[in-house]
Ligand binder design. Structure first.
Ligand code: GRE
Ligand code: ZN
Length: 327
């Protein structure tokens, strides 16, 4: 399919590049990876052309700004990364947009930076890589906490989506991964960490206060669609501490938008589609952690959807969610 739109497509700046090296297999693949994640020109555009991806929303790699405990440094690097992505989008306005990286260490600064990015730079929303470290490297702060309500007010006022992207758990919080570093990373721990954060947002009353918020998740929903029925079923018996007015599943189905990033698999796709419906699903790749070719080969040929749904999920839903002005 031509004309696809992808929106979990990562870039790094020199200051965040090293964060990605833990994921590299060997030095040859590291060189290619570095070139691809730093590049916002020729090679990326060529692969997009080959795979029928017309437009990509760029975002900073994980953990990015969330992994920088020093608040001033976080604010500085978020601006720097966003200015870099804005340049790329300005150089290729018909191929690239951007999601803002945000210094969540300071909720007011994060809200201000989001407003700057959306109103002045034409960004389409935000991508935040899970909990934020702040001051101490062993801290982990989640955005259901009361100090983030004014930040969420800004997200709602700007009416842009907030993409909650995975990050690796930090050692201080990862006792149960001990001796199994592979388990903490993209194969499983990313989804555990991100799903818990997403469910905390559902359970804290946030969506009662801001009924128009839109949250994006990648990887076909970080395993939540598969578990959603049981969540609600068991919550009837043990809702301790749950602060939503409605069942959790209602919030998830209403507020969450799910992409195919890094999860190119029919059974998982069918489950997500059945739970959320065709209006809440979107194509994405997760370049350069995944090959655009793998994402597109699977998406373009999956027999789980009609051609009409392929176009809707691959393109029209994103035009609407991200308010894209494409020809
Ligand atoms: C991602 O961005 O989703 C990602 C990483 C690191 C490793 C694998 C992966 O940031 O999918
Ligand atoms: Zn990603």
């Amino acid at each position: 399919m031509r004309g696809k739109i992808a929106f979990e497509e990562h870039v790094a700046i020199e200051e965040t590049l090293e964060q990605t090296h833990v994921f590299a297999r060997d030095s040859a693949s590291l060189d290619r990876f570095n070139r691809q994640i730093l590049g916002v020109g020729g090679e990326r555009l060529e692969i997009m052309d080959e795979t029928g991806i017309e437009f990509a929303i760029l975002s900073l790699n994980a953990p990015g700004i969330q992994g920088i405990p020093d608040t001033r440094q976080a604010i500085y690097l978020a601006k720097k990364a966003n200015d870099r992505m804005a340049e790329a989008a300005a150089s290729h306005p018909d191929r690239f947009g951007a999601f803002a990286a945000l210094p969540m260490q300071d909720p007011d600064a994060a809200a201000d930076e989001l407003r700057r990015c959306v109103e002045q730079l034409g960004f389409k929303g935000a991508m935040v890589n899970g909990f934020t470290q702040k001051e101490r490297p062993d801290s982990a702060i989640y955005y259901d906490l009361p100090e983030y309500r004014s930040f969420w007010a800004q997200v709602a006022a700007l009416d842009v989506p907030f993409y909650l992207h995975p990050r690796m758990q930090i050692p201080a919080q990862a006792k149960n991964y001990e001796g199994h570093p592979w388990l903490m990373s993209a194969p499983w721990g990313f989804a555990v960490e991100t799903s818990i954060h997403a469910l905390r947002l559902c359970g804290c009353g946030l969506f009662d206060e801001y009924p128009t918020l839109k949250i994006c998740l990648g990887h076909l929903g970080e395993n939540i669609p598969f578990g959603l029925w049981r969540l609600d079923a068991r919550m009837r018996f043990s809702p301790r501490g749950y602060r939503g007015k409605r069942p959790l599943g209602d919030y998830f189905r209403k507020h969450f938008h799910i992409t195919t990033s890094g999860n190119f698999n029919d059974p998982a796709f069918k489950c997500t589609l059945e739970v959320l419906g065709r209006d809440k699903l979107y194509f994405s790749a997760d370049y350069p952690f995944e090959k655009m070719q793998d994402a597109a080969d699977w998406y373009d040929s999956t027999t789980t959807i009609s051609e009409q749904d392929r176009l809707q999920i691959g393109r029209s839903n994103a035009v609407k969610l991200l308010k894209l002005d494409l020809k």
